[in-house]
Write a protein that binds this ligand. Structure first.
Ligand code: ATP
Length: 486
């Protein structure tokens, strides 16, 4: 691994959500960890109402003499955030160890169903195959938007590399052993006895202190290549290093022959591509998208999407341009930012193979359609836009396409076309006719189909700067109407 290049890439990140320097983990030694009441710590850092919900779930587990743990991101972030800041999570992961309960449906599902009865406003989704259930609240008065996943502790067996894992009930220890990184394999016990105890089987706390991403075993990335995307996502987001052996395991996975096998058999592994898409959504929807993509490309991991995918300076420039554009055009740009970046990335795949890749990723249908049509749209706009002299003709042409199509064309065109599309968004599309239908009525003309025609002529003339004042517009209306009356 070229460390200089890696550091360089990591150095380019533009957002650090968590500042590890002031975090709790810096000040915790193993001795004072034992004295720290972790339950009090979580209850202070998580929103009060959400904590009440977690307590309700804990109570249900205690009644059944099952063990309940809080795991994953919340536990990790608990040690990373500054003591005075709340954890702003929308995703809480709980695991129930049913202690060999004979239940078929899984202890996690059983608890989630009981909670749903008490909270009918919550949405319950059950995954029987995985013995998990999730309860979610959307813009709720008390809880805001939150999802609580309640899983039954389990192991996952991968019948062959990158396959959909088979699930077996297991103890919490086995459950933690199937996780991606040491820092994500921490659990805190919520039920008694040993309430508040930290389970750290893989020295995750030490890796949090060292600020490093480390896998639990050498085959981790071969089992599930999504973990490469996750390693990059966490490294960039948390400003962590990827541990040296873990980097080697990434290379082993991307160079291993399984890599070619996945590409040739991608159609029989839809679940892998969907998991990759979900990671891409998380990566490309943040301000860290660029550094993460560069690191993924550096590791050769973009090739899990397609072997011919390239991330060169030209493509990166187009992405940056499109992101700037969308921030201006769409205030809720985060909703589509990830898709826009992904579409630009996928544009480097030969046209005839794009449909296959986009369909495998299960992208939204409008996105797949755009990927297939964008080359033609681009050609049409580029050919016609520079040949039109009148602004009104240019506007009429651009009105035929939606904002995302125009942004993609702008990002992939030469300067002249780009600035015309920019002017369209910033100026021309905001210009309206100086008179309204109401004004025409006041001028004494009876409402009818000709109103639309007259207003459209007025708009064209305004765009072409043939009309500058209201008075001039009224004269034009009189001329058109007189002609019509003849
Ligand atoms: P965040 O939600 O902040 O991105 P998170 O760690 O909560 O971080 P999730 O994707 O919600 O991320 O996953 C929850 C937990 O599930 C992780 O902490 C990890 O323990 C486990 N996990 C998720 N994906 C994988 C995977 N591909 N392989 C192994 N374990 C995983």
């Amino acid at each position: 691994m070229n460390k200089k290049k890696l550091l360089n890439i990591l150095g380019k990140k533009d957002l650090l959500e968590i500042n590890t320097k002031n975090s709790l983990v810096r000040n915790l030694s193993n001795e004072n960890l034992i004295e720290t009441d972790l339950i009090e710590l979580i209850s202070n850092l998580v929103n009060h109402n959400i904590w009440q919900l977690i307590k309700e779930i804990t109570w249900e587990a205690e009644i059944k003499a099952w063990d309940l743990y809080i795991v994953g991101g919340v536990v990790r972030d608990l040690f990373l955030v500054n003591k005075n800041k709340k954890i702003l999570t929308q995703d809480i992961d709980l695991v129930v160890d049913g202690n060999n309960s004979p239940l078929n449906i899984g202890a996690g599902i059983e608890i989630a169903q009981t909670i749903k009865q008490r909270h009918p406003e919550a949405k319950l989704v059950v995954h029987y195959d995985f013995k998990t259930a999730s309860l979610s609240w959307n813009e709720d008065k008390r809880y805001g938007s939150i999802q609580i996943d309640i899983a039954t502790s389990r192991t996952e067996i991968y019948p062959y590399p990158a396959a959909n894992p088979k699930v077996q009930l297991a103890s919490i220890k086995q459950d933690l052993s199937r996780r991606d990184f040491t820092i994500n394999a921490l659990a805190i016990k919520l039920t008694s006895p040993e309430r508040g105890k930290l389970l750290d089987l893989f020295m995750g706390l030490l890796d949090l202190k060292k600020a490093q991403i480390k896998v639990l075993h050498p085959n981790s990335f071969i089992e599930d290549p999504t973990r490469i995307y996750r390693a990059v996502r966490f490294a960039i987001r948390l400003n962590f290093n990827i541990e040296a052996n873990t980097i080697q395991y990434i290379y082993d996975a991307t160079k291993n022959e399984i890599y070619d096998k996945i590409n040739s058999e991608i159609s029989i592994l839809p679940s892998l591509t969907i998991r990759l898409k979900n990671e891409l959504r998380s990566i490309l929807g943040t301000n860290c998208w660029r550094a993460s993509l560069e690191l993924l490309s550096y590791f050769g991991a973009l090739n899990y999407l397609h072997p011919k995918l390239t991330l060169n300076n030209k493509v990166l420039w187009q992405m940056r341009y499109a992101v700037r554009f969308i921030k201006y055009v769409n205030p809720h740009y985060k909703i589509v930012q990830w898709l826009l970046i992904l579409e630009i990335l996928l544009s480097s795949i030969p046209q005839k193979e794009r449909n296959f890749v986009a369909t495998n990723l299960q992208l939204p249908s409008e996105s797949i359609k755009r990927l297939l049509e964008i080359q033609n749209i681009n050609k049409k706009i580029n050919q016609r836009l520079s040949s039109y002299c009148k602004v009104s003709d240019k506007v009429k042409l651009l009105n035929k396409f939606n904002n995302v199509e125009l942004i993609l064309v702008a990002a992939q065109s030469k300067k002249e076309i780009r600035s015309l599309i920019w002017q369209y968004f910033t100026r021309f599309s905001k210009i309206s006719s100086p008179l309204s239908g109401h004004d025409l009525k006041k001028m004494g003309y009876l409402p009818g189909p000709k109103y639309k025609k007259v207003l459209s002529i007025l708009l064209d003339k305004t765009l072409d700067r043939e009309i500058k004042t209201r008075k001039e517009a009224e004269v034009i209306v009189q001329q058109i109407m007189a002609r019509r009356l003849d």
